[in-house]
Write a protein that binds this ligand. Structure first.
Ligand code: NCD
Length: 304
């Protein structure tokens, strides 16, 4: 029985297999329609979500399985003071696999220790989001045909953006990937990630506040939302929220084969005028999230 809490628990080979499986599902969806018949997925979401929860649920339905769960802490016994451990211990008797999102960093890890079925971290506070990373890797590999020899720019809230933390950890394992970290000074990538991943592996990276200075070098631009819910005060959020708004003008010095990714939801950091640009990949990316989650559910349930 295996859980997925941190993307680094998967080897590069396993990630490649998941990507290959997702590509096969996209090509032959009918072959997968009964793979998880009689299996149940529980989605325990203690924090808001649209894509992650619904793509998990759609993934399980498309595999022929069933879904139960809750989408807010208020409607669960957490509101009565139940611990995460007790909740998942009980839910382990109702479902074959659990996807959990929680505002507290580490909650899904704690859950995985109490559960008797696999637990998938669907986002824990400002920490990690491994299934978004699998989504991002599938998108990059389909757009670029490779996951190595790439320059990737991360722009926006690199401090609280859990999708950024997990994707950097994953991309760091491929050959010759260079990183540009673009954020306001207050929202820089946490130093533990810089130290433990970028510096430890001696990877090439630059840190800047100026998007236009790095734009011409980028193969991928990963935009993110300023994570309002993680701020201690609203004034800081209001001051920082419009730091980067991607407009067609700002793409003037970008490469013609740039891929623009965003985990979504978008607030205002990408102008809607960019949606029709062929370089915009974020809606495709959200769709790919369903297929890679189908591949992951099958892997963790050991379904062949
Ligand atoms: C992200 C998240 O929840 O961290 N959304 C998602 O899962 N697609 C990004 C965000 O909320 O900004």
């Amino acid at each position: 029985m295996r859980s997925l809490i941190d993307i680094q628990q998967l080897s590069v080979e396993e990630i490649d297999e998941l990507i290959a499986k997702a590509n096969d599902i996209i090509a032959h969806p009918e072959a997968y329609r009964e793979k998880c018949k009689y299996k149940k997925l529980a989605t325990l979401f203690f924090e808001p979500s649209t894509r992650t929860r619904l793509s998990f649920e759609a993934a399980m339905y498309e595999l022929g399985g069933q879904v139960l769960g809750f989408s807010e802490a208020q409607s669960s016994s957490a509101a009565k003071g139940e611990s995460v451990s007790d909740t998942v211990r009980v839910v382990s008797g109702y479902a074959d696999i659990i996807a959990m999102r929680h505002p507290k960093e580490g909650a899904p890890l704690v859950a995985s220790m109490a559960a008797t079925v696999p637990v998938i971290n669907a986002g824990d506070g400002g920490h990690l989001h491994p299934t978004q990373t699998l989504t991002d890797l599938l998108t990059i590999s389909r757009e670029k045909g490779r996951l190595d020899n790439l320059t990737i720019g991360f722009c926006g809230d690199l401090k609280f953006g859990r999708t950024v933390h997990s994707l950097i950890a994953a991309m760091a394992r491929y050959e010759n990937v260079k990183f540009a970290l673009i954020s306001p000074a207050e929202l820089k990538l946490p130093s533990y990630i810089k130290k433990e991943i970028l510096q430890e592996k001696k990877l090439e990276y630059i840190q800047t506040t100026d998007l236009s200075s790095v734009m011409p070098q980028l193969d991928i631009l990963y935009m993110t939302r300023v994570q309002r819910e993680r701020f201690f005060n609203e004034e800081d959020y209001l001051r920082l929220k419009d730091s980067y708004i991607l407009t067609p003008q700002k793409l003037e010095n970008a490469r013609s084969d740039l891929s623009i990714l965003h985990p979504l939801p978008r607030v205002n950091e990408i102008s809607t005028a960019i949606d029709s640009d062929p370089r915009a990949c974020y809606f495709k990316q959200a769709l790919y999230g369903k297929y890679i989650r189908m591949a992951l559910i099958m892997k963790l349930l050991e379904v062949e």
